[in-house]
Design a protein around this ligand. Structure first.
Ligand code: PHE
Length: 370
């Protein structure tokens, strides 16, 4: 057999291949499992040693020549394909640049992230509960029995039908039912915040039928009001990024806490450049030009609530608080109408929204753009 001639013929056909598909067919024809060159290599095994010594190098040279030619042709064809694409495709540098990303982080989302960051640093986990609640979790377990006037005060949205177990269903009016769910699910000790949507039939410039709260709950041994005050003070100083935040604790009443404490924060009345008077948090509310603003409700968890959570109130104590998240956002970022939060007006979102790059961290500052 004339291996040199076979080789010349193969190389000629490879050189003539016009595209990568044709080249691949040739590769299979020569070097594939049943390829002509591969079959020649297999004949070596049946040869006598002398025959193999003279023929072997020729067959190997044939295989190598074909293989090299295939690679070289492949490189050439790919190069040509790239050249053709480059010649064909062009970038029109006169087109306007793409628009900057339009989306922004809603102030409520931003504040929720800030809260999670601050409380995580204090050892609090984030818990959640359903927005469609039953009467027991939202009211009864929180020491608000059927006839309690607090039920009327909550302007509850009830569902017309009961659930399959005959429970009266409603849109939760506060995040406090998560207190009960957390105790029942995880037992004690507990250190959680529970942010989320709540619903009340109410609407004006500072009330919307849906708004956001964050609940805080600590259950442990020997917990007292001092722990509550320190936690709120530490949190509010971090959130408003001011060391001069002063709190005033006022006796109050909530069925689920005993004693109950309303927390006010001191503010200064400041005249802005636009001539409008603004409230700036910080300082003692009793100082001249200052005042107190009601900020949140809190207290020591009522024994009855600890019992409803399946825990022994002689063993476990705790404190709880509930804050309006939207109100926190308004105070920190200066909006004055809550309804605009939920209008979805892109101009408002562009103005008050935050960049997705402004992720709150304690080290970089929890305030946006800090
Ligand atoms: N759940 C109360 C409300 O919605 C707030 C609160 C929470 C008060 C926890 C005390 C303790 O007004």
């Amino acid at each position: 057999m004339d291996y040199a001639a076979t080789r010349e013929e193969a190389l000629a056909r490879i050189a003539a291949a016009q595209d990568l598909d044709a080249l691949e067919k040739l590769r299979v024809e020569f070097l594939g499992k049943q390829g002509s060159v591969s079959l020649l290599l297999k004949t070596l095994g049946a040869m006598s040693p002398e025959e193999r010594r003279s023929t072997g190098p020729q067959i190997h040279a044939l295989r190598e020549g074909v293989s090299d030619a295939l690679t070289a042709r492949k490189t050439a064809l790919e190069g040509a394909a790239l050249e053709a694409r480059l010649a064909n495709e062009s970038v029109d540098l006169t087109l306007p640049a793409p628009e900057a990303p339009r989306g922004s982080i809603h102030p409520v989302s931003q504040v929720l992230d800030e809260l999670a960051e601050i409380f995580a640093d204090l050892g609090f986990a984030v818990a959640t509960g359903p927005e469609i609640e039953d009467d027991w979790h939202n009211f009864t377990a929180l020491n608000i029995p059927e006839s309690h006037p607090a039920r009327a005060m909550h302007d509850t949205f009830y569902f017309p039908d009961s659930d399959t177990e005959g429970r009266r269903m409603l849109l939760r009016t506060h995040t406090s039912p998560v207190q009960i769910r957390s105790m029942l699910e995880q037992g004690a000790p507990i250190r959680i915040i529970a942010p989320g949507r709540v619903y009340r039939s109410d609407s004006d410039a500072t009330h919307t039928p849906m708004f956001h709260q964050v609940e805080g709950l600590v259950i442990d041994k020997g917990i007292h009001l001092g722990h509550l005050k320190w936690t709120l003070e530490t949190f509010l100083k971090a959130f408003f990024e001011r060391d001069d935040i002063v709190l005033r604790l006022r006796p109050s009443y909530f069925p689920f806490t005993e004693p109950s404490v309303e927390v006010d924060v001191g503010f200064a009345q400041v005249n802005g450049a636009d001539g409008k008077s603004r409230r700036v948090l910080g300082g003692c509310g009793d100082a001249p030009g200052h005042g107190w603003m009601e900020l949140l409700g809190s207290g020591m968890v009522n024994r009855k609530v600890i019992e409803a959570g399946g825990l022994d109130p002689d063993e476990w104590q705790g404190f709880a608080f509930g804050i309006g998240v939207d109100r926190l956002a308004m105070l920190k970022y200066g909006m004055d109408d809550l309804r605009a939060f939920f209008d979805g007006d892109v101009r408002w979102l562009a103005h008050y929204g935050f960049s997705a790059f402004d992720v709150p961290t304690l080290s970089a500052g929890v305030g946006a753009g800090a």
